[in-house]
Write a protein that binds this ligand. Structure first.
Ligand code: GLA
Ligand code: CA
Length: 694
């Protein structure tokens, strides 16, 4: 023990010597400072992948009594056994924190987004916060993998109940769950899968909400129907098992072809816009495969969802899921979600905005606190992303084009990253051990992160100014802001428009921090703050110079949304896409990143994958592919009356906690049930009808 401690001390000394040596040349790149350890409070119980669920027939099935009495006995619904697939998805009791549940109650969510409509496959948001996650069922499922031992990690079956690879690894045959139905009773089958693929993913005029394109599943990948319950993928690479992750939320969750297809321009007189907007928020009872169906919408007030009588998942006793009869989504703000969840007037929040940490922690620590609050790993991060397209994505004007050229200049990017005081940025959100210096690249909370492969340019304003001069920028008119060289954009002040999501306090605070710090460098930033929906539209169409963006799964899990790590396809990167009819104009280091990601996707060797990601991290941070701002842990806030919440659920990893907690298995014990249901004993009605069934 003593010896070990001494070794530790010696290593610590050696490190501090080398760090202070580096301090003499502060502008030299180094590794980021070790983040303050932030132990996750909930310990995850790691389990084997096959201990979570299986598909099998059970001797008997059950449903809430009121469903039998009010709907089955009156002939409005077939008996539950006839509404379920031959072999439903069965959640194993051993993996349920509190075991088999009971029916009743509701989970009251609060969201900051607003629904555009129900056409997820054509790119419409429902307002986020788990609402679309609850409507969607996807070929595979990854959110619950946070609890699976790393060596065992492969997406879970879902709508695809099993799959097999051809011996050469180029074909993947998927077997769909047989006899499952949409919430309106219509059969789910391969036609739904093919409609999503052919007419939404592959059709260039349609873009599903989370941006799935053909390349999301590999360049040249095809999909075909074999029979009603079998589809076959063909890949250019052999055994690209990585794409099983792309078949999970939110890139392969088919919508109801029987409702969508008649509105699609290929099969109707509709334009693509008319197709997209054919199911406005007022359109109730949209058929879903998810556990709850929207039955009520009041603008700026609430969306209510009731249990799907055809849901195809059960517990081991044969109880049809979900246990919760209702989900509510109050339409408010994201900050209000935290406030209401800790106060007990709502049930769930991902505490992700550090501005709310202190107040939430205080309230949750009180003896009578209605909600549990548990922090997880440091997986929430923000990057500043620069638009790297110099060949026309987003049609920039002369100034915009000149900014794109600057963004592609490495000296310029170094100037920007060196001018950022990340400690100050983090502290401006919250004081304490939460935020850490984040150099960009992979999140320090993912298992693929390697600090020694991370290149960090320490804060050094003078050094940054020198880099800016190297990039050819000088303040020629003495107003404190650098100008474009004569002959470029009229030699005017460099003015950069930075896109930011106004729905989040944190996004705005960080953006304002960046503006102030860039001003000290001599760069003028103009904020373009938009609501989430407009922000996405501007971003996807390339109408931005810079962008402040919360990180997505590619940086927190690496295996989910992997193709978004680099511009591997025309539309996979967040900040570098191809114009309408063109190629992505990759810079040399981006080509290396693309090669690494492609190799990673087709590799099955875990050591090789880890080493590829170290290389990715090195190249991406050294060349400042994106500019890290800050990273910190988030906490799950959940009302204490709920059972079956897996211990240690991170708010974000493979997906958001709304999916990771597996809401269809969550329940409220009989003695804790509250009377919050707005439509007690009601089931969804026919598609397009107002309100629930009568
Ligand atoms: C928003 C919220 C997240 C999470 C997701 C779910 O992005 O900020 O906390 O609820 O929606 O999609
Ligand atoms: Ca100037």
């Amino acid at each position: 023990m003593r010896n070990l401690r001494n070794i530790g001390l010696a290593a610590g000394l050696a490190l501090s010597v080398s760090v202070s040596a580096l301090n003499a040349y502060a502008s030299e790149p180094t590794v980021p400072p070790a983040p303050t350890p932030f132990p996750a409070e909930g310990k995850i119980n790691y389990v084997a992948r096959d201990s979570i669920l299986e598909f099998k027939a059970l001797p008997e099935y059950h449903e809430p009594d009121w469903v039998t009495e009010k709907y089955v006995k009156t002939g409005k619904l077939p008996p539950v056994k006839d509404r379920l697939p031959k072999e439903p998805l069965v959640f194993k009791t051993g993996n349920m924190q509190d075991g088999i549940g009971v029916y009743g109650d509701t989970m009251r969510h609060v969201i900051g987004g607003r629904p555009e409509g129900w056409n997820y496959g054509a790119g419409q948001t429902q307002g986020w916060g788990g609402i679309d996650i609850g409507l969607s069922e996807c070929l595979t499922r990854t959110a619950p993998l946070f609890q699976v031992e790393a060596k065992d990690t492969e997406p879970l079956p879902n709508l695809a109940r099993s799959w097999d690879w051809s011996s050469d690894g180029h074909k993947l045959t998927m077997h769909l769950v047989e006899g499952a139905k949409w919430s309106d009773g219509v059969a789910f089958n391969a036609d739904d899968v093919m409609f999503y693929w052919d007419d939404e993913v592959v059709d260039p005029n349609v873009s599903p909400l989370n941006g799935a394109t053909q390349e999301t599943f590999g360049v040249g990948t095809t999909l075909k129907k074999i029979d009603d319950y079998t589809v076959e993928w063909t890949f250019k690479e052999a055994f690209p098992k990585q794409y099983l992750y792309a078949m999970a939320y939110g890139t392969f969750c088919p919508g109801p072809a029987h409702i969508l297809k008649p509105q699609h321009p290929k099969y109707s007189k509709n334009t693509y816009d008319q197709f997209k907007n054919a199911f406005p928020p007022e359109f109730m009872n949209m058929p879903v495969m998810g556990a709850w169906v929207p039955v009520e919408y009041r603008p700026d007030d609430i969306i209510v969802m009731r249990r799907n009588p055809y849901y195809w998942k059960v517990d081991e006793k044969g109880n049809q899921l979900p246990y919760l009869n209702e989900l509510q989504y109050k339409l408010s703000t994201w900050a209000d979600r935290d406030v209401q969840a800790v106060a007990g007037s709502a049930d769930f929040s991902n505490l992700e905005q550090p501005e709310n940490f202190v107040a939430s922690l205080k309230r949750a620590a009180e003896a009578n606190a209605p909600a549990r609050l548990a922090f997880g790993p440091r997986l929430i991060g923000y990057n500043l992303r620069m638009n790297f397209s110099a060949n026309g994505w987003g049609n920039p004007d002369e100034r915009g084009q000149a900014v794109r050229e600057l963004n592609r200049n490495e000296d310029f990017r170094k100037a920007v990253t060196m001018a950022l005081d990340r400690k100050a940025l983090g502290d401006s959100l919250v004081k304490g051990p939460f935020t850490a210096i984040y150099a960009g690249g992979l999140s320090s909370g993912t298992s693929f992160y390697d600090r020694d492969s991370t290149v960090y340019y320490p804060f050094d304003l003078e050094g940054a100014k020198a880099e800016l001069a190297k990039a050819g920028l000088k303040d020629t008119d003495g107003d404190g802001f650098v100008n474009f060289p004569a002959g470029t954009a009229g030699g005017k002040n460099v003015e950069i428009v930075m896109l930011v999501n106004n729905d989040y306090t944190t996004d705005k605070s960080l953006a304002e921090g960046v503006v102030a710090q860039m001003e000290k460098l001599g760069i003028r930033i103009v904020l373009n703050g938009l609501n989430g929906t407009q922000r996405d539209a501007s971003q996807y169409s390339g109408r931005f110079d810079w962008l402040v963006r919360r990180n997505d799964q590619e940086l927190t899990s690496v295996v989910q949304n992997t193709e978004q790590l680099a511009p591997v396809g025309p539309k996979t990167s967040w900040n570098h896409r191809a114009p309408e009819s063109g190629e992505v104009d990759l810079m040399p280091f981006e080509k290396d990143l693309v090669d690494i990601v492609n190799k990673f996707v087709s590799s099955e060797d875990n050591d090789q994958r880890a080493s590829l990601m170290r290389e990715f991290q090195k190249i991406s941070t050294e060349h400042v592919y994106n500019v890290g701002l800050t990273e910190y842990p988030g906490a799950l806030i959940i009302n204490k009356r709920f059972s079956n919440i897996p211990q240690g659920t991170p708010i974000f990893m493979f997906n958001w906690a709304e999916d990771s907690i597996i809401r269809e298995r969550v329940f409220v014990a009989a003695d804790k049930q509250a009377k919050y249901e707005l439509f007690p004993q009601e089931l969804p009605g026919k598609p397009g009808d107002k309100g629930p069934m009568d």
